[in-house]
Design a protein around this ligand. Sequence first.
Ligand code: TYD
Length: 224
Amino acid sequence: MARGFFITFEGGEGAGKSTQIERLAKKMRAKKYDVLVTREPGGSPGAEAVRHVLLSGAAEPFGPKMEALLFAAARSDHVEQVIRPAVERGSVVLCDRFMDSSRVYQGVTGGLDPAFMDALEKVAINGMVPDMTLIFDIDPAEGLRRATARRGSSDGPDRFEKETLAIHQRRREAFLAIAAAEPERCVVVDASADLDTVEDVVTAIVFAALERMMPAQRRQAAPV
Ligand code: TYD
């Protein structure tokens, strides 16, 4: 059976993941790849319903365990309703945040038990491990500055953005630790460079992997 490719994009706040995903998707479609862009928390109707509860801070008073369970519930729905079917029909799925965000935000900076987090991850992804993960690395002070500029002055920071610089610094280190522990899956991208430079780096990494893993005959015609 044709199998597509599952790529996740991870990193701290304001690292430019969403912009780079859009640019990459455009380039891939031009090369006739069938691409699905999605994000977490969310990406399926069930998961989008949970997204607001998490990002508004409505779940925060109930503690990090409750939040971790809600992220996992959203992820499970997203995997089964959207990601797995797309990969099974041969698409390339580009997902803005996935399991590594839970490992870092809930596991490391949420202080949850690693065994609990491992068990939750297994249930949520149900074998759907990303083929490749790009970890966008940026100094959190710069990332938060960018996130604030992007948001404009009308909206405040979300539940996770509002935390202290020291917490964001721990998250950066935790993402880099995941990359070091799983080099066969993860590639670190220096996200501090300008957009065009980061785009060139991302394009080179992803297309090299696709040429290797997904021969031309398995690509599908881009929708017109
Ligand atoms: P969002 O505005 O969608 O994205 P981004 O920061 O990537 O531009 O915010 C998602 C927030 O949710 C972000 O602060 C990270 C957090 N998050 C977790 O804490 N755990 C998770 O498992 C996921 C997927 C996200």
